[in-house]
Design a protein around this ligand. Structure first.
Ligand SMILES: Cc1cc2nc3c(=O)[nH]c(=O)nc-3n(C[C@H](O)[C@H](O)[C@H](O)COP(=O)(O)O)c2cc1C
Length: 176
């Protein structure tokens, strides 16, 4: 049986929740990406890296990018956790933007997280308000999926986390 580890980076808890659920289901260890050292990963066959989505970037992804040469023999997958609804086009765009060269064969999964303005730092709340104001000036028929999600989340607390969203990742771990 493959030995696996989940690396996660979460600001407000959704990615951590998914990492914990995934760990329960697979028996994989869980390490916060910012505490991980590439040397700690040498005994694992499978690495699942999960990170919250912030302004289209995936938290902790830099770790993979930086260490990909040392991890080239591992089976790797990434899951992103954002507030936008699942959107194939957005996932393709994210792949094109971040998964270049040696990273190009790594599968990218998506789980929907949460939106909780009460929990956000002052800086994040201010940034989101500015984004919402900018997006409000555009034609709603032309919104990108993340813009629609941002506008419908204004002033609300929403939690879309759901164990079933991990099914494709669990399938991946069963197949490697
Ligand atoms: C400043 C800021 C920027 C964000 N940018 C995006 C984004 O580009 N796309 C998206 O889907 N969600 C975005 N979100 C929502 C988070 O990805 C969402 O809340 C997610 O659940 C966070 O995961 P975490 O709690 O593990 O950090 C943003 C949230 C904040 C506060």
């Amino acid at each position: 049986m493959s030995k696996g580890v989940i690396l996660y980076q979460s600001k407000y808890g959704s990615t951590k929740k998914y990492a914990d659920w995934l760990s329960e289901k697979t028996g994989y260890d869980c390490i916060e990406t910012k505490k991980a050292k590439v040397n700690d990963l040498k005994d694992y066959d499978v690495i699942i890296l999960g990170g919250g989505v912030y302004a289209s970037g995936i938290l902790g992804f830099q770790f993979l990018k930086k260490n990909i040469a040392a991890l080239k023999d591992k089976k790797i997958a990434v899951f992103a956790v954002g507030a936008s609804p699942y959107d194939e086009k957005a996932i393709m765009q994210s792949r094109e933007l971040h998964f270049k060269d040696e990273l190009s064969k790594i599968p990218l999964f998506y789980c929907r997280g949460a939106w909780n303005e009460d929990k956000m730092s002052f800086g994040d709340r201010t940034l989101c308000k500015m984004l919402q104001k900018a997006v409000a000036k555009q034609n709603p028929d032309e919104y990108e999926p993340w813009q629609t999600a941002l506008m419908s989340a204004v002033g609300q607390n929403c939690d879309w986390t759901d164990k079933s969203q991990l099914d494709p990742i669990i399938k991946f771990t069963e197949e490697v």
